[in-house]
Structure formats: C-alpha cells, structure tokens
Design a protein around this ligand. Structure first.
Ligand SMILES: Nc1nc2c(ncn2[C@@H]2O[C@H](COP(=O)(O)OP(=O)(O)OP(=O)(O)O)[C@@H](O)[C@H]2O)c(=O)[nH]1
Length: 196
C-alpha cells in the first residue's frame, strides 16, 4: 500500500494531481513503440500554456495563481480521456496532452475545445486581452517510425505553441510537417477553391 502511494506521488504533480513531466516522457516512449509496431497509428501532442500568467500572479497573488493552475489542469485532463492518452503538467504554467491515434482532421477542434473550456471558466484576468484567463495551444502529429523520436514530436508541438503565442495567444496552432511527414493537409489560403 505504502509502496503504491510512493509510486503515485513520484508520477504526479503535487499541485494539480496531473502526471508529471517525467511520467509524460516515459508514456510517450511507450506509446511511440506501440504505434511503431502498429505501423499506421498516429501520436499527437498538445502543449498548453496559460497566457500572461506572470501578470496574473503579479495582480492576484500566488494562491489564486495556484487555483487557476488547478482549474486549467482539470480542463486538460478532460481532454485526454482515451486509454492511451495522458495529461501532464509539463512545467510551471505549461501542460501537455498525449493523444494516441487521433483523427487528424479533429485535432484543431480538440485544441479549440481546450481554449474554449478555459475561457468558459471565466476566471478574471484583467491584464490579459479579453479580461479572462486564456491559454495558447500548439499541436503536432506524427506517425512514429524508426527514424523519428518522441522528443521530436514534443519539439514540434512546442514550436507550434510559440507560434500561437506570437500570433496573439488564446488560439490553437498546428505544426505542419512538409513532404513525406505531412499528415495534415496544408490549410487552403483564404479564397482558394476547395480541392477535388
Ligand atoms: N501561482 C503559481 N505560479 C507559477 C507556478 N509555476 C510557475 N508559475 C508562474 O508562471 C509564470 C510564467 O511566466 P512566463 O513564463 O513569463 O510566461 P507568461 O507570463 O505566462 O507569458 P506568456 O507565456 O508569454 O503568455 C511565472 O510568473 C511563474 O512564477 C506555480 O506553481 N504557481
């Protein structure tokens, strides 16, 4: 019993109860191998970061800051519900979700459900445009193969998150691999006719 409790504590983040970064990395390695065996299964990662959280702490204090982190953690957890999915606190105000074999065309929507659910919490954040707590989301998708690794996927999701921050925050950006790695159809430029 005590052993199980210690294991549980080592795997989880004390504040939010989500899995910690170390557990995420181990899980990613495991599902990566699984998907590689199955040859066609995909793995996606979403990185989720609270917008202007430093300003939030500065204005409202660390106790409300911690409560906001827990509320966002619950949102992320609800969005990673399948048996091989996993939600983690990745760092201070950064969360990550592993999505095993998601439908590529659903990814943007899955990310948008996270941004919408955080906005719907209606946590006042007067130093954030819009006046409410919001998050930015970066998502990347890969079909694991021998030549690629989970950390590459994480890095791509992080790059997409960086773009989401730069483009104004409170939004979802999908990392778009090119060439043979492209699993997501490139977005049509505005006004372009539909393919087919
Ligand atoms: N209350 C609380 N704050 C934390 C915790 N961990 C990290 N933070 C705070 O999160 C803030 C992160 O700030 P930055 O990395 O500058 O990012 P940001 O202000 O969210 O800005 P953008 O990400 O660019 O939108 C810092 O002020 C940290 O102190 C925690 O466990 N509790």
């Amino acid at each position: 019993m005590a052993h199980a409790l210690l294991n549980e504590l080592a795997e989880r983040d004390g504040l939010t109860g989500l899995f910690n970064r170390r557990t995420l990395n181990t899980h990613l390695e495991r599902v990566w191998r699984q998907a590689n065996r199955d040859k066609r299964d995909l793995v996606a990662i979403a990185m989720i970061d609270i917008d202007h959280f430093k300003r939030y702490n500065d204005r409202y204090g660390h106790v409300p800051g911690d409560a906001a982190l827990k509320a966002v953690a619950d949102v992320v957890e609800r969005q990673a519900r399948r048996p091989l999915d996993l939600a983690a606190r990745y760092g201070g105000e950064e969360f990550a979700a592993v999505w095993y074999n998601p439908a590529p065309e659903e990814l943007e929507n899955m990310g948008a459900q996270i941004t919408a659910a955080v906005t719907a919490l209606s946590i006042a954040h007067l130093d954030n445009p819009g006046g409410k707590l919001s998050v930015s989301v970066g998502i990347a998708l890969m079909r694991p193969s021998a030549g690629q690794s989970g950390p590459e996927l994480l890095h791509a999701a992080d790059t997409a998150l960086y773009q989401a921050k730069n483009q104004g925050r409170n939004r979802v950006v999908l990392f778009r691999f090119t060439g043979a790695d492209a699993l997501l159809a490139p977005k049509r430029p505005p006004g372009a006719p539909e393919a087919g």
